[in-house]
Design a protein around this ligand. Structure first.
Ligand SMILES: *[C@@H]1O[C@H](CO)[C@@H](O)[C@H](O)[C@H]1NC(C)=O
Ligand SMILES: *[C@@H]1O[C@H](CO)[C@@H](O)[C@H](O)[C@H]1NC(C)=O
Ligand SMILES: *[C@@H]1O[C@H](CO)[C@@H](O)[C@H](O)[C@H]1NC(C)=O
Length: 169
């Protein structure tokens, strides 16, 4: 009983933690990624997994973005939200999205200390004209995710409580 509840709660937390983003064409897409807080980031690579070319969505090395390695369709449309990447915030904004920007965006972070990839983010972006996917429904679904997490914690605590009570009786 307890193990099933724990398993279900973990599953719900896991599923609601997966990053999915829906925006309308012409809007800006916030591609959020939180890297290590106290490390010097030497290389930051944002890729589109399904894009055949090796070009980047966004690439940052030696303290500056490299536009020359950027895929032509992303040139001039991607910027760091926080250019100083304070506290490991490597989020970027993809501006003026088009239908064909739909895809899986991956972010890889390399730090000076390790000289290898230490952190990865993955975000599924869907660009669609469907009316349901306005900015409002985006925030709603985020709140929904929080609610689901909250609910699963309550289920977990309740089932621990029930198991304890049954043990005592
Ligand atoms: C998306 O479509 C635009 C034209 O509407 C084109 O310039 C661009 O290269 C396309 N991007 C990709 C990743 O195919
Ligand atoms: C990163 O910084 C931007 C701009 O200050 C902010 O809007 C965003 O919420 C931050 N993201 C994270 C993950 O802290
Ligand atoms: C994101 O897209 C990839 C490739 O299409 C898919 O395998 C994965 O399950 C998707 N993730 C989510 C959270 O939808």
């Amino acid at each position: 009983m307890l193990s099933i509840a724990v398993f279900l709660s973990l599953l719900i937390i896991l599923v609601s933690g997966l990053k999915e983003l829906k925006v309308n064409p012409g809007q800006d897409a916030p591609l959020q990624c939180q890297g290590p807080r106290d490390a010097e980031i030497t290389l930051l690579e944002w890729n589109r997994a399904d894009l055949k070319s090796d070009d980047y969505v966004f690439m940052y090395r030696n303290q500056r973005p490299y536009e020359s390695y950027q895929h032509v369709s992303f040139k001039g449309r991607v910027d760091l939200m926080d250019p100083s990447m304070k506290d490991g915030n490597v989020s970027v904004t993809l501006r003026n999205v088009r239908i064909n920007d739909t895809g899986t965006y991956k972010c890889q972070i390399t730090t000076k200390e390790t000289e290898s990839v230490v952190h990865e983010c993955s975000i599924n972006l869907t660009v669609t004209t469907s009316d349901k996917h306005t900015k409002e429904s985006q925030t709603e679904s985020k709140d929904g995710g929080e609610r689901v997490k909250c609910l699963s914690v309550i289920i977990l605590v309740l089932s621990v409580f029930i198991v304890l009570i049954t043990d005592i009786m």
